[in-house]
Design a binder for this molecule. Sequence first.
Ligand code: OGA
Ligand code: MN
Length: 214
Amino acid sequence: MGVPRYDTDVPRLPTVNAHSNTMADAIADALCNGGACLIDGLFADLADDLAAEARSLQQRDALQSARIGRGASRQGDASVRGDSTLWLDDPACIAGPRLLQRLDTLADGLRESLRLPIRSVEAHYAHYPVGAGYARHRDRFRDSGSRLVSWVGYLNRDWCAEDRGELRIHFDDGSHEDILPMFGTSVCFLSELEHEVLPARRDRYSIAAWFRRD
Ligand code: OGA
Ligand code: MN
C-alpha cells in the first residue's frame, strides 16, 4: 500500500524548470518514469495575452462545443465532455500562434530526448462552463496512436481548491494525481495515460496540446 493521497494535496509530480537548458531531457525523464510532470515557467510571459484571447473568443461565441471520437462515430455528448474549443492556428487567434511556436521548439527537444517520432503539434483553447467536465479518457483515439504526448496549460487567475476543476491523472498502479487549473500551471503527460477533468465551480479556461506522430 502506498501513501494515502488526498484530492487537495499539492501535486507531487516532478517539476521541470522551463528556463533550464536541459528542460527537454528532464521532461523526457519524467515521462519515462511515472509518465507526467509539471513545467514551471513555460508560458508565463504569454499567459496574460492567452487568457485575454481565450476569454474574448468565448465572449464572441468563437468556441465550438467539443466532439468526441472520430469520423462517423464523432458526436457531441455534454455528459462526457462539456467544453468548447478553438484551434490555436485558427485565423481568429493572435496570441495562440506564439504559444504554438514555443511548443514547436519543445517538440524538437522532446523528439531528440525521448527518441519518439514527433512530427507536429496541435493545440486548442478550451472553455468549460460551470459544472462541466470531461469524463475519464485517453488522448489517443482507439483506432490511431497519433497523439504521443499531451500538454495542458491553465489560464485561470485566483483559482483556489474550492473552485475544483482539477485535472485528475490516473496512473497504472491505481493511484492518481490532481492538478488545479491555476494561472500559468502547465502539465505534460503521456497521451496513453487515463485522465479526466472534474467539474468546476467557475468558468475554466485551458489550452490542451498534443505532440503527434503525424
Ligand atoms: C483534453 C483534456 C484537460 C484539461 O482536452 O483532452 O484532457 O485539464 N483536457 O483541460
Ligand atoms: Mn485529454
